[in-house]
Structure formats: C-alpha cells, structure tokens
Design a protein around this ligand. Structure first.
Ligand code: LLP
Length: 438
C-alpha cells in the first residue's frame, strides 16, 4: 500500500484523480469498486475533472499566444470526452471522415476543426469542405491537387497548411515518431516551397499556414524548438509571399508520466520553448494535444479470473485483453497496475488476457497486487489510445466507458453485446441482403 501511495505522488502532474483512500481506489469521489459492480468489467473509467484541469493548464501556459487548442480526437473519441473539451472552448483535430462525423455530432464549431492524415479520400475531403473546416493539413502535392479538384467540383474553397517533416528526432518510440526523414509524414523542407508555389497556382485553394507534428509522447520540449527553428525562415518567406498565411500548427505530442518517477512534459516547459519562437514569427498558434489531456485521466478496470503458475512463472489472467488495450502488446508500453481494493501482498508475474496470443499481455514481469481470483485491478494511464484502439478480436465485446465527475458517474458507452459483434455480417446465403450495402 505504501508503494501505491508513492506511485500516486511520483506520477502526479498536479492532477491526482485516481487516489487510494482507506484501502479503496477512487476515481475523483467515486469508489472504483462501486463502478465495477454497477457497470461490470472490463470497464474504462474516465475523470472529467482531469480533462478539464489538463486543458486549463495548457490553455493557461499558452495564454500569451491566444492559441487555438484543437484536442486530437484520436486519443479518445468518446462523445462525452469531446463534449468536455468543446465546453472548454477547444477546437478539434480530426484524422478521418469518421472523426469529422463525430466532431460535428458532438457540436464542434467547424471553424475550429483541422483535418490531418496522409491518405484523405475524396469523400473525406468533400465532407470537410461541406462542413467548412478551418483547414486541412496537407501531406503531399497530389493531396493539394485533390483538395483543389474537390473544392472546384462542389464550389468551395479549401484552406490548407502543408505539413513539413523537419527531420528532427523526438526521442520517442519509433512507431510514434513522425518528424524524421524516414517517416511517411509531411514534406521535406526543400520540397516545401515548391509545393506551396504549386498549390498557390491551383483553383479554390487558400494557403493559410504550416503544420508540424514531430511525434507523440515527447518528454522533452527541445525537439519542438529544433523543429520550429528549422521552419522559421521558411515561415517568414511564406508570410511575405502569401497574405493569407497566418497559422503555425505545431501538432501535439506532449508526453505524460506512465511510470513512477517519470515526469510529464509540463505545459510551462512546452510554452517556454514554443511561445518566444511563435511570437517572433507573428503567426497564430495552433496546437493539437491528445494524450496529455486524457491519458492519465482514464483507467481500465478488470477482474482477475485465474491465477496460474507454469514452470517458474506466475500469470494473473484477467477479463481485459489486448483487444481492449493494445499499447503494451504493440509498443511494449508500460502501464502501472494497481489494486482497486488494497491487497495484502504482491506477486511477481505477468498480467495477461484470455486472447490466444502470447502477445496478449497488459504487464510483463512485474510485481502485481495479489488481489486473488475475483479481485479487481486497475490498469492506469489508459485514457489515451485505449478504447480508441480497441477491437473485437477473438469476438470479444468492446468494454463499457464511464465518465466520473466529482461524486457522479454516467455510462457514456455501453458494453457491446454479442449481437453487436455480428451485426454487420451475412453468411451470404441471402446474397448479402441482410446486410446494408453502402
Ligand atoms: N496531431 C497529429 C497530426 C497526430 O498524428 C497526433 C497523434 C496528434 C496530433 C496527437 O498526439 P498526442 O498529443 O496524443 O501525442 N497510438 C499511439 C500514439 C499515436 C499518435 C498518433 N498521432 C500510442 O498509443 O502511444
């Protein structure tokens, strides 16, 4: 228990919303055990207070620049989460037609939506043009051409900001590093100016800015400084050339503490690197944070099914799996594991799910609270890229999501049923007539 209390403290980013009190894990003012009993497991539990406080901390630190903060919806797309940020005045960063649909449905102001992604389809571009989004971040010359074609066809103007790949190392996991020369994202610096000139000559396009997103889970602000320094001269030339050039979107990527002793990238540290550079350029700052606003505001609660020993290892088998939270399997990401009700001891082993793959683990080779069969565990830091990356693998139902706000809680997505899992299928014997064709 003493160990867990230390964990709270060490992982603090000023917003401890999952705390242990009297041997019980709380989400804000609600006992997690109560939520598990009420809604079942596996269960995602989110703290609204956490999201609000992280948003306000970032907005406060960046206030001198009066930025547009576009919450990166991909981190956690639940409508209640989107609403939480929209009510704070946020815009949204979307990356697909589906996310755009969610954004509009949640009541986002289209003029505060930016649309990223290397492979936007004609359908996605046209719906974004219809909605009148703020701008597209554009990843290639052919994409600029396609946006122009779409805009001409439907009689709109597409606002664009090319994404530049500045070739800087964000010092993060290779899968989520996006601003190095070998990554598929953005255009190299030399190419960029030609791309802008090419786009400027196309009909129904307006050049409004420049975009960067160098990676995710950055714990050091310096790479942002490096990236901004690399594009500063280019921004100056573009501003001089295009009167409509006014936004500098530096993406997201602010890292959070996943481990005890790890320190999140503080909004103030980020601001101290970004603000002076943006002020010098006189451009309107746009940021696209995802993880830093939700990551430590969510947990995945699961119930122990069995504890087994095999050879010299112990396995704690729970009812959550890689389909619910894929980060450990995909990136070997570390998530703390805590007892929902204080355990008397610890056991050393792997925390695994029921899926038939050895890659199905939530924690490996760890000291885990020994809660015993039927006991509840919380996988921490699961608010970002948790539910959003979940799947139905092994025909598992996706879990429920609950939003806690002070002492109240509300189910914001019900658990899927087995019917939900097979809903869109046909066995072909009715020529697919049972299935709607889109
Ligand atoms: N803007 C763009 C263009 C992005 O591609 C991303 C994330 C963000 C903003 C938000 O980044 P954040 O602030 O959340 O770091 N699934 C991985 C993370 C993938 C990030 C993809 N892009 C994970 O679980 O760590």
């Amino acid at each position: 228990m003493a160990k867990q209390e230390r964990t709270d403290e060490n992982m603090s980013d000023g917003t401890d919303v999952f705390q242990e009190r009297n041997g019980q894990l709380y989400a804000e003012e609600v006992q997690v055990q109560e939520l598990a009993a009420r809604y079942g497991t596996p269960l995602y539990v989110y703290s609204r207070g956490y999201m609000q406080s992280r948003y306000r901390a970032l907005a406060g630190a960046l206030a001198p620049a009066q930025p547009l903060i576009c919450y990166s919806a991909k981190a956690n797309t639940n409508r209640a989460v989107l609403r939480t940020f929209l009510e704070e005045g946020a815009g949204l960063d979307v990356v697909s037609g589906g996310e755009l649909f969610r954004a509009i449905r949640a009541g986002a102001d289209p003029e505060k939506i930016v649309f990223a992604g290397v492979g936007k389809t004609q359908e996605e571009i046209e719906s974004a043009l219809h909605e009148g989004i703020l701008f597209f971040t554009v990843e290639s010359e052919p994409e600029a051409r396609r946006i122009s074609d779409c805009a001409v066809r439907i009689g709109r103007t597409g606002r664009i900001a090319f994404r530049i790949n500045p070739d800087v190392d964000p010092h993060t996991h290779t899968y989520i590093s996006t601003g190095k020369r070998e990554n598929k994202f953005g255009l190299d610096l030399e190419r960029a100016e030609h791309a802008y000139a090419m786009a400027a000559a196309l009909p129904n396009l307006e050049i409004v800015g420049l975009h960067l997103h160098i990676g995710s889970q950055l714990l050091d602000a310096r790479p942002y400084g490096e990236a901004l320094d690399k594009v500063a001269a280019l921004c100056g030339r573009l501003q001089a050339r295009y009167q409509t050039f006014r936004y500098l979107d530096i993406g997201g990527g602010l890292g959070i503490a996943y481990r005890p002793g790890e320190t999140a990238l503080a909004p103030e540290a980020f601001a101290s690197v970004v603000l002076p550079r943006v002020a010098r350029l006189g451009l309107k700052l746009v940021v696209e944070p995802g993880r830093s606003l939700v990551g430590n505001g969510g947990i995945l609660v699961c119930r122990v099914q069995y504890v087994k020993a095999s050879y010299d290892k112990q396995f704690v088998i729970v009812d959550a799996a890689m389909n619910d939270l894929i980060r450990p399997s995909l990136y070997h990401a570390h998530h703390e594991v805590r007892a929902v009700r204080a355990a008397s001891g610890m056991l050393h082993g792997d925390l695994v799910g029921p899926i038939c793959e050895s890659g199905d683990f939530l924690a490996q080779d760890r000291d885990l609270p020994d809660v015993g069969e039927g006991g509840l565990l919380a996988v921490m830091s699961a608010g970002a890229y948790g539910y959003a990356m979940s799947s139905n693998y092994n025909s598992r139902r996706r879990p429920a999501e609950v939003l806690v706000d002070g002492a109240s809680h509300v189910l914001v997505r019900r658990r899927e049923t087995w019917e939900d899992v097979v809903r869109y299928e046909s066995d072909g014997s009715d020529s697919g007539q049972g299935v709607e064709h889109v």
